[in-house]
Design a protein around this ligand. Structure first.
Ligand SMILES: Cc1cc2nc3c(=O)[nH]c(=O)nc-3n(C[C@H](O)[C@H](O)[C@H](O)COP(=O)(O)OP(=O)(O)OC[C@H]3O[C@@H](n4cnc5c(N)ncnc54)[C@H](O)[C@@H]3O)c2cc1C
Length: 323
């Protein structure tokens, strides 16, 4: 049985930051990552550009140099590999956390897809990118409906419906349109999201205004079939011909995993997990949250920039508790 002081679930930027902080504090630790290093970033659209400048994505004091002020996915992957090279973190890739049981003596028995561990503390840094928010409409299960967008070339010369009005939707709409797709957007609100990257927002607004990209505002998809999509608009039901639906309707943390660890969630639709903002400790002793998972359904609250500091807070609390 591997016994560690700290077991970190998730090898994204914040899980890695926690590993670094544990290493620097002289605590034994292991990071369990179900996919590759920085798995969520690996699964981002291939051409994505971060809204943050590179130095705001730095962890462990490793400098992040990028060609332009805002780095792209490729550079970020390169960077987090460099972090791993620098710190030689104890990370287990392609190993999934399955469950943890509290032992009588303030320790947890942890079972993963490959191993068993005893951990005094657990940090949940599982992000939010694994579970898409569904539209819950008939036809959503069709293979032409995608909740993850990767590469625009695939959609060239196809009729693409993009659902959503935030960064992911806007990037997908503009990129696929520029590669020859006929793009229609369905947007629940009255405008393109205000959080859309400031240098991208005018581009999409102009494409919509000039009619290159068709947008239905205050509208929602009501049904999807093999060759068409039904949209409820303020002017009534519209059916558009369609080859692919890119449902960029957001993602959410793994609430089942949080519940299985007996972490309390608020009973409103936000499902905020309960934790102390000073220490990041949840209602369960020795179980901490770090990174974007902290925000419940408000997934835009925490990002790399402002959640890097969670690692230091947690480790400080663990060190103090150990004294
Ligand atoms: C398209 C896009 C662009 C973004 N741009 C920016 C930006 O410019 N600046 C910024 O600060 N933030 C940005 N964000 C947000 C930021 O990327 C995320 O907030 C960031 O990835 C959060 O890091 P994290 O370590 O908390 O979570 P993640 O990076 O999501 O890491 C969680 C990890 O946990 C792993 N995991 C999940 N479940 C398990 C399990 N059961 N067992 C083992 N491992 C598990 C996942 O595979 C994943 O690797 C962006 C997000 C998206 C989607």
């Amino acid at each position: 049985m591997n016994e560690v002081e700290v077991l970190i679930i998730g090898g994204g930027p914040i899980g890695l930051a926690c590993g670094i902080a544990a290493q620097q504090a002289g605590l034994s630790y292991v990071i369990i990552e179900k996919g590759c290093l920085a798995n969520s970033l690996y699964n981002y659209p291939v051409n994505m550009t971060f809204f943050s400048t590179s130095e705001r994505l730095e962890i462990g004091g490793v400098p992040f140099m990028s060609l332009n002020p805002k780095p792209n996915r490729q550079e970020a992957l390169e960077y987090y590999r460099r972090v791993q090279e620098s710190y030689q973190l104890n990370i287990k890739l392609f190993e999934t956390f399955e469950k943890a049981e509290r032992l009588g003596d303030q320790r947890y028995a942890v079972i993963t897809s490959k191993d068993r561990y005893i951990a005094r503390n657990i940090i949940v840094a599982t992000g939010f990118y694994d579970i898409p928010v569904l539209m819950n409409v008939p036809g959503e299960e069709l293979p032409k409906v995608r909740h993850y967008y990767k590469d625009p070339h695939f959609y060239a010369y196809q009729k693409v419906l993009v659902v959503g009005a935030n960064n992911s939707a806007v990037d997908a709409a503009l990129e696929t349109w520029r590669k020859g797709a006929e793009v229609t957007m369905v947007i629940t609100g009255t405008e393109i999201g205000q959080r859309v990257k400031y240098w991208v927002r005018p581009d999409i607004v102009n494409r919509i205004n000039e009619g290159s990209i068709k947008a239905y505002f205050q509208s929602k998809v009501t049904a999807i079939s093999e060759h068409a999509v039904d949209i409820l608009t303020p002017d009534g039901l519209v059916t558009v011909q369609n080859d692919f639906v890119l449902a960029m309707t957001g993602y959410m943390p793994n609430f089942e995993l949080l519940k299985a660890l007996d972490i309390q969630l608020s009973d409103n639709e936000k499902r905020f997990p309960s934790f102390n903002h000073e220490t990041m400790q949840t209602n369960q002793p020795g179980i901490y949250l770090a990174g974007v998972v902290c925000g419940g359904m408000d997934t835009h609250t925490w990002f790399i920039e402002n959640s890097r500091e969670h690692a230091g807070k947690i480790m400080q609390n663990i060190v103090v508790s150990n004294k």
